[in-house]
Design a binder for this molecule. Sequence first.
Ligand SMILES: Nc1nc2c(ncn2[C@@H]2O[C@H](COP(=O)(O)OP(=O)(O)OP(=O)(O)O)[C@@H](O)[C@H]2O)c(=O)[nH]1
Length: 300
Amino acid sequence: MRQPTPLLPWLLILLPATAMVVLVLVLSVQTGWRSAIDYLDIIAELVLLGILLKWVQTASVLKRQQRTYWVFLAGNACLVWLMSLKLVEEVSLYNELWFQIAESLFAIAGVVLLSMGIAAWSRDYQALIDDTEAKKNQYKQLSITDALTGLMNRTAYNQRIEQFVSDQQPYLLMLIDLDHFKQINDRYGHDAGDAALKQVGALLGSNSRNQEDCFRVGGEEFAIVLTQCSLSQAESIAERLRTAIETHAIRWQDAELSCTVSIGLCLSQTGESPQTTYRHADAALYEAKQNGRNRVVVSH
Ligand SMILES: Nc1nc2c(ncn2[C@@H]2O[C@H](COP(=O)(O)OP(=O)(O)OP(=O)(O)O)[C@@H](O)[C@H]2O)c(=O)[nH]1
């Protein structure tokens, strides 16, 4: 969007003001000066003029919203013209009909344009607030989302578990780790490894009761948290997930890779810290790895 040149608004205001000063001098010579008391009016009008000019400077913060900015500026210019004419009238006693009409027109135009400016500014401001709010939510969402898989990340996992602990709600933690994942990276390259992580993540997400229950908590490690579910139900879910991954062909370019996972499952105990529950699930996962991988082990 093209920004208005900073000089132009000032010229719009200052040129007529200068013209008015010249007019005052010329008309004063013709009509003579008023009594001293009327100079109070002149001072008041000068103060108002000063305020309006200050407004022009303040309104420059609106430059991003060009239309609003120009409406404000035009409203201000009209009022500056009005004040200038009033000054001329006050100082020089010049009071012809065209002067009165011009003053009225500037007064009406000034008030209408400033009102329109204020309405437009309120709309712009509201849009800015909405935009900021939307961006804040977007950044918040990004901060808890894993960029590769699109699943919730470790931060989101920690927040969720903290919530369970503070609500004293028991939960089942399933730690899922890809088996021999290093070999996929070594054999097919890091991009193939990424593709495998994405596809396994998608599979876990779509097989979870709720996508929000599924997290990527490490390089090739995922977690699923379940509530209102018995240990044996969770074990069948884990078994179902393990089979789904084992039988899924991971597509990478023209190749189809296969991959298995080991799963450690643990039920949190009342008063237990999140770290302890995680350690128990991790120990079960380690056991699954030690016992030959591609299996589910429940922590007892
Ligand atoms: N492509 C890719 N690889 C990753 C990412 N994060 C971690 N890794 C790799 O995952 C591999 C993990 O290797 P290990 O810890 O030895 O585990 P593993 O080969 O799966 O063996 P086990 O867990 O014992 O079955 C390492 O090679 C890491 O470089 C990632 O975001 N993308």
